[in-house]
Design a protein around this ligand. Structure first.
Ligand code: NAD
Length: 293
């Protein structure tokens, strides 16, 4: 564990929040998980339980480690339940208005010394920090999906982030057995600045009829040695998140090369958000994923 952080509150029990909660609990932190409804938190806890059980089956974790990790994660029905946490990581939907609202509710209840981190994939850390009462104790902690598997965390300082905050965040990430890369506070940082335009281009390739879903994914898997095709990866990330990141790049860098593909917009408007909603560029409702185009 890091020297100053003992307890971690997580806001948002979606794909990322659950993954972060899981790795923190396995590393020995006390974790409290919050979402808009208790049902969502319960569903998140069930997912974590299933993931930890799989780690036991594949001998990555002992049964005793699984049981104690689970004991360390508790539900936080209200934001007040996060009051005593040393670090709170916000992992709610990639929407600035939603994130700002959370900070307004959260900041008054937190210990003044607590660090507030965001897992945003693309939004300005400086701008988000300005919506809090602690810009000097605010930092971007960008975990990758799936959190228990992916080794990297991008650390992003806002203009006001103090060195002591950066150092604590750095030590905390190292204690999770992850590697840090430092990115400057520019739209989508490093990984998504490079990855998302590639995914968006794959969607344009589909939109223009250059290839089918299967052809595009096979081309990039076998032709560029990517472990996953770009459309499969888009479904995995969540198409709403992909669209938000492209919009942040497009608005933030004011360059037409970042224009979100209209087909991506259409999928999101249909509620076809990828794996998490059961359908995206593939339909996941059967035993094996079936391309939707
Ligand atoms: P998700 O849709 O799986 O989960 C978002 C969660 O936030 C949901 O459970 C939702 O109920 C909750 N939420 C929304 N409003 C809330 C509120 N007011 N209070 C409490 N909870 C609220 O999304 P995700 O993929 O977990 O993404 C979450 C964050 O992580 C986003 O900022 C995203 O950009 C970032 N991120 C995503 C990925 C990825 O591959 N999906 C990777 C890195 C970072």
């Amino acid at each position: 564990m890091s020297s100053t952080i003992r307890s971690v509150g997580i806001v948002g029990a979606g794909q990322m929040g659950c993954g972060i909660a899981q790795v923190c609990a396995v590393a020995g932190y006390d974790v409290r998980l919050h979402d808009v409804t208790e049902d969502k938190v319960e569903a998140g806890l069930a997912t974590i339980n299933g993931n930890l059980a799989r780690q036991v089956s594949s001998s990555k974790l002992s049964e005793a480690e699984r049981a104690s990790a689970l004991e360390r994660i508790t539900a936080a029905p209200g934001v007040d339940d996060l009051a005593s946490m040393d670090l709170v990581i916000e992992a709610v939907t990639e929407d600035e208005t939603v994130k700002r609202k959370i900070y307004q509710q959260l900041c008054p209840v937190l210990n003044p010394e607590a660090i507030l981190a965001t897992n945003t994939s693309s939004l300005s850390i400086t701008r988000l920090a300005s919506a809090t009462d602690r810009p000097e104790r605010f930092i971007g902690m960008h975990f990758m999906n799936p959190v228990p598997v992916m080794k990297l965390v991008e650390l992003v300082r806002g203009i006001a982030t103090e060195d002591v905050t950066f150092k604590s965040a750095n030590a905390f990430i190292a204690s999770l057995d992850k590697t840090i890369t430092v990115a400057e506070d520019f739209p989508a940082f490093i990984v998504n600045r490079i990855l998302l335009p590639m995914i968006n281009e794959a969607i344009y390739t589909l939109y223009e009829g250059v290839g089918t879903v299967e052809a595009i994914d096979t081309a990039m898997k076998l032709g560029a040695n990517h472990p996953m095709g770009p459309l499969q990866l888009a479904d995995f990330i969540g198409l709403d998140t992909c669209l938000s990141i492209m919009q942040v790049l497009y608005d933030g860098l004011a360059d037409s090369k970042y224009r979100p593909c209209p087909l991506l917009v259409k999928y999101v408007e249909a509620g076809w958000l990828g794996r998490k909603s059961g359908r995206g560029f593939y339909d996941y409702r059967g035993d094996t994923p079936v391309p939707t185009r």
